[in-house]
Design a protein around this ligand. Sequence first.
Ligand code: CTP
Length: 402
Amino acid sequence: MSLDGRKVLLIVTGGIAAYKSLELVRLLRKSGCGVTAVMTAAAAQFVTPLALQALTENKVYSDLFSLNDESEMGHIQLSRAADLIVVAPATANTLAKMAAGLADDLASTLLLATDKPVLVAPAMNVRMWLHPASVQNMAVLAARGVAVAGPDDGVMACNEFGPGRLAEPAAIFAAIAALLTPQPRPLAGRHVLVTSGPTHEPIDPVRYIANRSSGRQGHAIAAALAALGARVTLVSGPVALPDPAGVQTMHVETAAEMLAACVAALPADVGVFAAAVADWRVDNAGSQKLKKSPGGAPPQLALTQNPDILATIAAAGPQRPRLVVGFAAETHDVRRYAAEKRQRKGCDWIIANDVSPGTGIMGGAENEVLLVSADGIEAWPRLGKDEVARRLAARIATTFTP
Ligand code: CTP
């Protein structure tokens, strides 16, 4: 992989994994990529500036004030001269500073001043990585479009096991190469509508009917379509996920709100309906909290059917997207129900999966799907939900290439 002529500004922050940044520099230099390194004060406890200087064949920067005093390259210029900024390893502290927008040393000042894409490779103790503060910081950075490589699972320097190990230099290099290589944008100029997550149907002001959908698959599809250049409108039910970067996300609660948001988002070239819409809502939802009386009968909830969003949009006449993709979550007879659903709902493709409790698919990280179309049934292997999303986005793109 040649990255000839490309330039990376590598920020090395303090942590036992900092030594791996030397191998990363070696891989980058071998590919023809220019590297300028910046170290935090803590990083200098783990690797020497001299080692980084020898491998990058460039001056190593670490002190904000000497940078100004020497009237050398200013920090703005330093960050603007690069095609990509890479923070590897990125400590919990550095990630928190990035999320908060702090600028108290050269590394954090560069990260705040840059207008270039940023890739972080986190490395920290598993408890630190799983701490709600770090989880929230990563969500903030992801929503801002910061790319992430790793961390890996494994045994750490502190002898604990879990996620937090710095990704291998080869994997970080691959992520850098992907960001520096112009990606094809076959869906540029297309508008795609995606639904995701569950819906919440109120019983009264404090209770609702819901389902176990996490929204992971729908959100991953929205992100994968945006990565191929599409303008994506994501209509999401209540989920605990950050809005995907580069996607216009509309937040709704109920099926009725989801339908209204979808109709308002038309026209679209493609509709992907991944939401687990509640089939029923409570007809007589209380405007006040339902109270139980001692020995009294439980409330009788009268259910009424929700509008079918997929079927409504698939029958929208001239407003119908050219390609309508539905999902079928089944616990048995998947092929039969999926084929029936495709006909009944008037969609072009059905992505069907078996969501029986034993599969771990509902709410899990993986999915095993069938693509059901007029041409037949295609079985995809069990894949991560991100990979299913990338494949589906790529398949959608092929229908728009002449
Ligand atoms: N769907 C929808 N609106 C609804 C119900 C479902 O848009 N009110 C969409 C889902 O987003 C999915 C597809 O229809 O793309 C199938 O959802 P599923 O829950 O599997 O089907 P149901 O319509 O609920 O059919 P059944 O009860 O027979 O399983």
